[in-house]
Write a protein that binds this ligand. Sequence first.
Ligand code: ZN
Length: 181
Amino acid sequence: MCQAVSLNPIIRGWASYYRVSDAGTVGDFARLDRITYLRLRRWAKRQTGSINQGHQKYWHTIGDNHWVFITKPDSNGLKLLSHIEFHSSVNDYVKVRGDKSPYDGDNIYWSLRLSNHPDLPTTKRKLLKQQKGRCMGCGLNFLEGDLLEIDHINPISCGGKKEWKNLQLLHRHCHDIKTLF
Ligand SMILES: [Zn+2]
C-alpha cells in the first residue's frame, strides 16, 4: 500500500496546480482519477489474483464514497486522494488570487526563488534559469511547491543523447503526459 503514500503528493501537486489555473475542468479531474483507478486495479489484481478480490481488499466504503483506496476499511486508514476532490470553480480561483496566497500569480518572484533554492539540484537550477522559470511542456511558470522533473527532449529510447541541449525541465504532470502519449 505504499502507492497511497507515494501517489498522494503527485495528485495533490497536479490538482492544486490545475485548481489555481483555469485550465482544470471537471472532466480532466475525473479522467485522471479513472486512469489512476485502472492502474491500481491492475496492481491489485496482480496482488490478489483477481479484480474482484483486489476490489474487496483495497477499496472500501467511507461515508458516501464506495470506492476509497485505503489501507484500512475505516476512516483511520491512509487514504489515496482523488483529483476530483481538489476541483473548484473559477470563482474560487479569483478568490485565491485575491487572498495573496503563494499562488497569487507573482510567477517571476516564485521562479527566481526556486532557481536559487539550495535544495534544488544544480542541473534543475541551471535549466530553470535557462528556461526563465517556465515549463517547456505547458509554457507556464513554475511555482513554489511544483514537482520539477528533467526530461530528455528526444528520449534516450529513441536515440536521444544524454547531453545538455537534449535536456529540459518539466512539471511532473507535464512529464507524465509526454511519456503517456
Ligand atoms: Zn508544465
